[in-house]
Design a protein around this ligand. Structure first.
Ligand SMILES: [Zn+2]
Length: 210
């Protein structure tokens, strides 16, 4: 079984949702760089304080800080893991291969219009980071997180114009990673435009294949 996974795909492909589902089912850790950055900042670690200085100034947190926070997280993670939203560039993929093993990179492939529609309908829990979709994956009670009852939020950048820009950035910077992992014999491609259950089943099949 493959236990050390990377999830790759454009925004709206459903990586975060599937990462939570699969991680829960197999007791893997879900490692999302946005979450671990926020966690390092909340815990006021040395790296977290450095990251906060950049974010407070509206700047992107540089790769070397993100990489180190990721390394610390991977080293403290016992079982399997799913790295969600990282690597985004070839240099990050090279860094990752130096500090951790990757058994499989799952590429979430979906048509752009489906991606845009999903993002615009996306709602997230500010407390546990669970991701919902008002049409495909609604919470049990409208506007509330199933896990902790928090009020769900619609992120201000989850609108069509910004989403199309983010998809373009994915194609420019991150899509080369599909080829990177393919050439290493590590790529599994899933058709992410289908239903939540169908995509989960396809990922599980890939995890359990030899
Ligand atoms: Zn929640």
């Amino acid at each position: 079984m493959k236990t050390r996974l990377v999830f790759l795909g454009p925004p709206g492909a459903g990586k975060g949702t599937q990462a939570l589902l699969i991680a829960g089912k197999y007791s893997f850790s879900r490692i999302a760089t946005g979450d671990i950055l926020r966690e390092a900042i909340t815990r006021e670690t040395a790296l977290g304080r450095r990251a906060k200085d950049f974010m407070d100034n509206g700047a992107l947190v540089p790769d070397d800080i993100v990489n180190e926070i990721l390394r610390e997280k991977i080293e403290s993670t016992g079982n399997g893991y799913i790295i969600d939203g990282y690597p985004r560039t070839i240099p990050q993929a090279d860094f990752l291969s130096g500090v951790a093993s990757v058994d499989m990179a799952v590429y979430f492939d979906a048509p752009e219009d489906i991606l845009v529609q999903r993002i615009v309908n996306r709602r997230v829990c500010p407390k546990c980071n669970a991701v919902y979709n008002t049409s495909e994956n609604p919470p049990k009670t409208s506007g509330k997180c199933d896990r902790d009852g928090s009020d769900l939020v619609h992120r201000s950048d989850d609108v069509e114009e910004i989403t199309r820009e983010r998809i373009k950035t994915f194609w420019q910077k991150t899509a080369p990673l599909v080829d990177y992992y393919f050439r290493r014999g590590l790529l599994a491609k899933v058709s992410a435009g289908r239903t939540l259950e169908e995509v989960t089943a396809e990922i599980e099949q890939a995890i359990n294949s030899s």
